[in-house]
Design a protein around this ligand. Structure first.
Ligand code: GUN
Length: 294
């Protein structure tokens, strides 16, 4: 791998290895951390994420309880299942894969998850605690971004970070984590979004860019300064008839052009993606430790 490419796969593998050791030590105390995973419907991207999450649990020795429910599942039935998992001592973390079908109110479902098992960090209690800097389950993708920066030796203290995108899952929480007065944070953060008039005015000033727009080529080489650090959170499927699957994955930035200008950059795939699942495992192990007062 070229020197300036951040190898998310390797960093994720290192953390998973550390977690594996932690899980085996917990098992010797009779504790097996468990994750409950719920997928509703047939969305192909969601299916592949959920399969990857289940495999990752197996790889580090976690117990997982997996439910794949039909698209027609009612909100009431889904909430009943969540409540069953809330009460199940074998389950330390609950993950309801998003997006949910249109007839289900996502917020109502997320609110039904016991905050003590909210390993996705999406419950308003977790979001509120994170916002005021209290200990909470941190959402997995933003937490993964912070870990990638930390383990790649990128100093965020005093840096100007430009976050592009304001979603509840990535943009808002990653911006929030980065401006906290804490280690591996303490940055000056600008949040750009679809209402930003001149995106490149801001990105040209950035020491670190976090792209989470859901659109390929949002950031091009003429929009950044030399030596910038780029974290690409995007996962976009582009039609590619040369592939068996008929598509290939690209991020939100023009990787080929930017890799010659950035001091560090994450690839897609193999950058942020493996970290998201890793931080889910991390939160599940933390939750099991908390439930057992360790
Ligand atoms: N859909 C896209 N990303 C995520 C995630 O991190 N967690 C869940 N539950 N659903 C998602």
């Amino acid at each position: 791998m070229t020197a300036n490419i951040i190898d998310g796969k390797q960093i994720a593998a290192d953390i998973r290895n550390e977690l594996k050791h932690e899980v085996s030590a917990l098992k010797q105390k009779g504790i097996t951390p468990g994750l409950g995973v719920i997928l509703v419907g047939e969305d192909p991207a969601s299916k592949s994420y959920v399969t990857a999450k289940e495999r990752a649990c197996e790889e580090i020795g976690l117990y997982s309880d997996d439910y794949r429910l039909p698209r027609e599942t009612t909100q009431a039935d889904l909430i009943t299942l969540v409540k069953k998992m809330n009460a199940d001592p074998k389950i330390n973390g609950i993950l309801v894969q998003l997006p949910l079908p249109k007839h289900i109110n996502e917020s109502d479902v997320l609110m039904a998850i016991d905050p003590a098992k909210d390993v996705d960090g999406f419950h308003p209690v977790s979001v509120g605690k994170m916002m005021i800097g209290e200990k909470a389950f941190l959402p997995c993708t933003p937490h993964g971004v912070i870990k990638l920066l930390e383990r790649s030796g990128v100093k965020t203290e005093g840096a100007h970070v430009v976050v592009v995108g304001r979603s509840n899952i990535v943009g808002k929480p990653v911006a929030n984590l980065l401006f906290q007065k804490k280690k591996n944070a303490n940055a000056t953060v600008t949040i750009c979004h679809t209402g930003t008039k001149d995106l490149s005015y801001f990105t040209k000033q950035a020491d670190i860019i976090i792209a989470a727009t859901g659109k390929p080529n949002t950031i091009t080489a003429d929009m950044v300064k030399n030596g910038v650090v780029i974290i690409d959170v995007g996962v976009n499927r582009i039609e590619d008839t040369s592939k068996k699957s008929g598509f290939r994955l690209v991020g939100d930035v023009d990787f080929e052009a930017l890799k010659g200008k950035a001091s560090l950059i994450t690839p897609v795939p193999g950058g942020v993606g493996p970290m998201t699942i890793t931080m889910l495992l991390f939160n599940t192990v933390e939750s099991a430790k908390m439930a057992n007062r360790i």
